[in-house]
Design a protein around this ligand. Structure first.
Ligand code: ATP
Ligand code: MG
Length: 463
C-alpha cells in the first residue's frame, strides 16, 4: 500500500468515525428529547381535564356537557381523554364508541395513578402499525384527596414521522459531511505525497544518468529538507565522479609519459643498433622510465590501499624526539647542518606506525630540500599541544602560489614542470602523507605566504 493511501485511509477514518458517531448520538438525543416533550404535553392535557373534573366534582353538580367538552378537547389535542373512577371504572370517555362503565383498573398506568402516582405505558396496535402512549395522573381535590384519574392516550405516528423526516435530512447532511471529509483527506494525502513522488522521479532520472538533479521542492518542512539533502548528495556524487574522471585522465597521462619514453628509446635502439654508446644510453633511459613506471604503479596502489583499509602492521609506542633525530641522522647525514631541529617534546611517546610516519617526514624533508636553495634553511619543529604531537617542516624556499595550496594534496599535483627525463617528483608523496596521517587520526595542512616566501607543512598525531 502506497504511503498516500495509508495517509488517506488514516485521515478518512479520523474524519468519518467521529461524523458517524456524532450523527448517531445526535439522532438518539433528538429522538429521546422529542418523546419527552410529547409525554410532557400529554401530562398537561391530563391536568386540563383533571382540573375540569375537579370543579364539577366539588360543585357536587354533574355537568351534562362534560363528555362534549372532552370530545372538543380530543379534537384540539388529538388524544383520547378519559376520567376513571378510583375503583377502575371509566366514568367519561372522549372516544366513540365510548368504553364508559368498563373497568380498566388493571392497566398499569391506571393502577399507578389510582395509587396516587404517575403512570405511563406504551401499547402497540394489533397490526403493529401504531404505537400508543398512555399516561395517567391522579386527580386531587382541593383538600388533597384522590377523587379520580385523568387518562390520556395518543399515538406517536405523527411524531415518529416528524422525527424520521428530520433524521433523514440529518443523515443526508452527515453523508455530505462524510463525503467532504473523505475528499479533503484524499486531497491532503495527495498534496503531501506529491512532492515525495517528485523527489522519487528526480532520483530515478538521476540514477538513469541525468547529471542534473531536478526536484524543485518548495517550503521548509521535512520533505523540502529531504529534497535539499538529496540534491546536495547528487551534487557531491557529480563532484566525485568529475574528480574520478579527471584523475583517470591524469593517471593515463602520467603512465603514458614513461611508456612513450620507453617506446622511443626501444625504437632508436632497434634502428641504431650499430653504435654501442647510443644503445647503452637509450637502454639506460628505458631502465629509468621503467623504474619510474614501476614506482608510480606501486605508489598508486599504496594510495588506494591507504584510502580503503587500515594500515597493516602494529603500532608502536615511540619516543618522538629520538625517533625524529634518528631519521635525520640516518637518512640526511650530508645535509644535516641545513636542517635545524627544534624538538621540545621531552620524553613524550607517540603511538604510531614508525615506517609510515618516517615516510611522511622524509617526503616533507625531501620536498623542502628540493624547493630550497643550498643557502636556505629548513626547520623541523615538534611540540605537544592539546593532547596532540604537532610537527612542522618549514623552509624559506620557492614557496607555493595560494591557488596551488588548495590542490597540493591531490594525486599527481606538482608545480614543477615534468620532463621526460623523469627528474621531477610524481606528485604522489603528499597524497600518501595525507592518507597516512588521517589513518593515524591526525591532520596535515600546508601554508605559504606565496612564491619565494617559503612553505610550511604541519601534521598532528593524537597522543
Ligand atoms: N616545500 C615545498 N615548497 C614548494 N613547493 C612544494 C613543497 N612541497 C611540495 N611542493 C609542491 O607540491 C607538489 C607535490 O608534492 P609531493 O610530495 O606530493 O610530490 P612530489 O614531491 O612532486 O613527488 P613525490 O611523489 O616523489 O613526492 C610538489 O611537486 C611541489 O610542486
Ligand atoms: Mg614529494
Amino acid at each position: 500500500m502506497s504511503i498516500r493511501w495509508k495517509i488517506a485511509s488514516v485521515c478518512i477514518l479520523l474524519a468519518v468515525i467521529p461524523v458517524l458517531y456524532f450523527s448517531q448520538y445526535t439522532i438518539r438525543v433528538f429522538d429521546g428529547f422529542t418523546r419527552r416533550m410529547f409525554e410532557e404535553q400529554m401530562i398537561d392535557y391530563a391536568h386540563v381535564i383533571g382540573d375540569d373534573f375537579r370543579r364539577q366534582f366539588e360543585e357536587q353538580r354533574p355537568d351534562p356537557h362534560f363528555v362534549q367538552r372532552l370530545q372538543d378537547y380530543q379534537k384540539r389535542f388529538e388524544a383520547r381523554l378519559m376520567i376513571v373512577q378510583l375503583d377502575g371504572y371509566v366514568l367519561y370517555d372522549s372516544e366513540e364508541p365510548s368504553i364508559a362503565g368498563t373497568n380498566i383498573g388493571d392497566e398499569r398506568d391506571i393502577r399507578l395513578a389510582m395509587d396516587g402516582r404517575y403512570g405511563a405505558r406504551t401499547r402497540l396496535t394489533e397490526d403493529r402499525q401504531l404505537l400508543f402512549y398512555h399516561i395517567a395522573i391522579p386527580i386531587l381535590s382541593s383538600e388533597g384527596e384522590r377523587i379520580g384519574v385523568a387518562s390520556v392516550q395518543a399515538h406517536t405516528r405523527d411524531i415518529t414521522r416528524a422525527v424520521k423526516a428530520i433524521m433523514s435530512d440529518y443523515r443526508m447532511a452527515m453523508l455530505v459531511a462524510a463525503i467532504i471529509a473523505v475528499w479533503t483527506a484524499i486531497l491532503f494525502a495527495w498534496t503531501l505525497t506529491y512532492r515525495l513522488r517528485a523527489l522519487t522521479t528526480a532520483a530515478k532520472r538521476f540514477a538513469r544518468g541525468e547529471t542534473r538533479f531536478n526536484a524543485k521542492l518548495r517550503g521548509r518542512d521535512e520533505i523540502a529538507q529531504l529534497g535539499k539533502a538529496v540534491a546536495q548528495m547528487a551534487d557531491e556524487i557529480n563532484r566525485i565522479s568529475q574528480h574520478q574522471s579527471q584523475l583517470m585522465d591524469t593517471t593515463v597521462h602520467q603512465l603514458k609519459t614513461p611508456l612513450t619514453a620507453i617506446k622511443g628509446a626501444a625504437d632508436i635502439i632497434s634502428e641504431e643498433n650499430e653504435n654501442p654508446e647510443t644503445r647503452e644510453r637509450f637502454l639506460q633511459n628505458i631502465h629509468k622510465s621503467a623504474d619510474r613506471l614501476m614506482a608510480m604503479i606501486y605508489r598508486m596502489g599504496e594510495i588506494s590501499r591507504l584510502k580503503t583499509e587500515e594500515l597493516r602492521g602494529t603500532k608502536t609506542s615511540v619516543q618522538y624526539e629520538h625517533f625524529v633525530h634518528e631519521i635525520i641522522q640516518r637518512l640526511y647525514p650530508d645535509v644535516c647542518p641545513r636542517i635545524a631541529c627544534n624538538i621540545q617534546t621531552d620524553d613524550t611517546t607517540v603511538w604510531l606506525h614508525p615506517e609510515r610516519i618516517e615516510q611522511v617526514i622524509v617526503n616533507l624533508l625531501d620536498n623542502a630540500l628540493r624547493h630550497t636553495p643550498e643557502t636556505g634553511t629548513i626547520t623541523l619543529c615538534a611540540h605537544v599541544h592539546n593532547g596532540k604531537m604537532i610537527t612542522t617542516v618549514e623552509d624559506n624556499g620557492s614557496g607555493i602560489e595560494p591557488s596551488d595550496l588548495e590542490c597540493i594534496f591531490d594525486q599527481f599535483f606538482t608545480t614543477v614542470p615534468r620532463t621526460d627525463s623523469g627528474k621531477g617528483g610524481m606528485g604522489l608523496g603528499l597524497t600518501i602523507a595525507k592518507s597516512i596521517i588521517e589513518n593515524h587520526g591526525g591532520t596535515i595542512t600546508a601554508t605559504s605566504a606565496g612564491p619565494q616566501q617559503g612553505a610550511c607543512f604541519t601534521f598532528t598525531l593524537p597522543l
